[in-house]
Design a protein around this ligand. Structure first.
Ligand code: NAD
Length: 272
C-alpha cells in the first residue's frame, strides 16, 4: 500500500512571528519555512533578526526581517502592513515574543511586574487586534488564518519564584480562548490557540534555571535541573523543535476544527 502519511504543508501561506530572532521563535520560523511558508521575522534584536532571516534565505526560503516592539501598537500596524506588502499576505501570526523574571512575590519590583505584563500580555493583545483586522474578510490580507500564542506550563499551574510570569501566561491562556470564541462566532475564519511549553533550553530557559538559584529556590542550576527532571515523566528532553512542530500543526490546514485549545508540550510535567 502506498504511503498515506500526512505531510504538513504551509505552501502558499505567509507567517509573521514575533520574537523570532532567536530561541523558539527562530525555530518556528525555520520550520514554517521548510513547510513552504514565507516568514516575517519580527524582533527588537536587529542583528540577530537579520541573521535569522538570512539563514532561512540561504536554505532557499522566503524570509524578511522587521524591527518590531510588540508593546507598541504603531509597530504592529507597520509589521502587518510590511508583511502583506513584502510577502504577499498574512495567514499565520505567532505571538511568541516574551520575557521572564524570577523573584519571590515579596522581592518583585512593581516596575518589573508591569514590564512583564506589558510584553507578555499587552503584546499578545495588540497582536490579536492587528492580526484580526488584517486577516478577517475585507482586511488587508482578508483570507482568514491561524493565530498561535505562546503561553507556558506556567500559564496552567503555579511555580514559586514565577508569580509575575505565571500571571502573564495565565492571561495569555484566556486571551486566547476569548479571541477564539469571538473570531469563531464572527465567522472571521481565524482560529486562535495557545501552546504551553515546559522548560526548553533557550536563552530564556537557561535564565530560568539560574533565576531559581538567584531567588534562593535552589542550591545551584544542576540541583534545579534535577528537580525538574524528577517532575517530568518523559524527562527533560524538550527541544525547540518540539514546540515548532506543535506550532506547525496549529498553523496548518490539518487543524481546521481546533480553536481555543491549549496544546501542552511539556513531557508530562503538568499531568502529574
Ligand atoms: N524556553 C522556555 O523554556 C519556554 C517555556 C515556556 C514558554 N516559553 C515562551 O516561549 C516564547 C519564546 O521563548 P524563548 O525561550 O525563545 O525566549 P528567548 O528569550 O530566547 O527569545 C525571546 C525573544 O523575544 C524577543 N522580545 C523580547 N521582548 C520583545 C519585545 N518587546 N518586542 C519584540 N520582541 C521581543 C527577544 O528579543 C527574543 O528574541 C516566550 O513567550 C516564552 O515565554 C518559553
Amino acid at each position: 500500500m502506498a504511503n498515506q502519511g500526512i505531510e504538513i504543508s504551509l505552501a502558499g501561506k505567509v507567517a509573521l512571528i514575533t520574537g523570532a530572532a532567536r530561541g523558539l521563535g527562530a525555530e518556528i520560523a525555520a520550520t514554517f519555512s521548510r513547510a513552504g511558508a514565507a516568514v516575517m521575522i519580527a524582533d527588537i534584536l536587529d542583528d540577530q533578526g537579520r541573521q535569522t532571516a538570512a539563514a532561512i534565505q540561504a536554505n532557499g526560503g522566503r524570509a524578511a526581517f522587521i524591527r518590531q516592539d510588540v508593546t507598541r501598537e504603531a509597530d504592529w500596524e507597520t509589521a502587518v502592513a510590511e508583511t502583506v506588502r513584502q510577502l504577499g499576505g498574512l495567514d499565520i501570526v505567532v505571538n511568541n515574543a516574551g520575557i521572564e523574571i524570577c523573584a519571590l512575590v515579596e522581592n518583585t519590583e512593581l516596575k518589573d511586574f508591569q514590564r512583564i505584563l506589558d510584553i507578555n500580555v499587552t503584546g499578545v493583545f495588540l497582536g490579536l487586534k492587528a492580526a484580526c483586522k488584517a486577516m478577517k474578510p475585507g482586511g488587508a490580507a482578508g483570507r482568514g488564518g491561524a493565530i498561535i500564542n505562546l503561553s507556558s506550563v506556567a500559564g496552567l499551574r503555579g511555580f514559586s519564584g514565577l508569580s509575575a510570569y505565571c500571571g502573564s501566561k495565565g492571561a495569555v491562556k484566556l486571551l486566547t480562548k476569548a479571541a477564539a470564541v469571538e473570531f469563531g462566532f464572527m465567522n472571521y475564519g481565524i482560529r486562535v490557540n495557545s501552546i504551553h511549553p515546559g522548560l526548553i533550553p533557550t536563552d530564556m530557559g537557561n535564565a530560568v534555571l539560574k533565576g531559581f538559584v538567584a531567588a534562593g529556590l535552589g542550591k545551584d542550576a544542576a540541583t534545579v535541573q534535577q528537580a525538574f527532571e524528577r517532575g517530568t515523566p518523559l524527562g527533560m528532553k524538550g527541544a525547540p523543535s518540539d514546540i515548532a512542530k506543535a506550532a506547525l500543526f496549529l498553523a496548518s490546514d490539518q487543524s481546521p476544527w481546533v480553536t481555543g485549545a491549549e496544546l501542552v508540550v511539556d513531557g508530562g510535567t503538568t499531568a502529574t
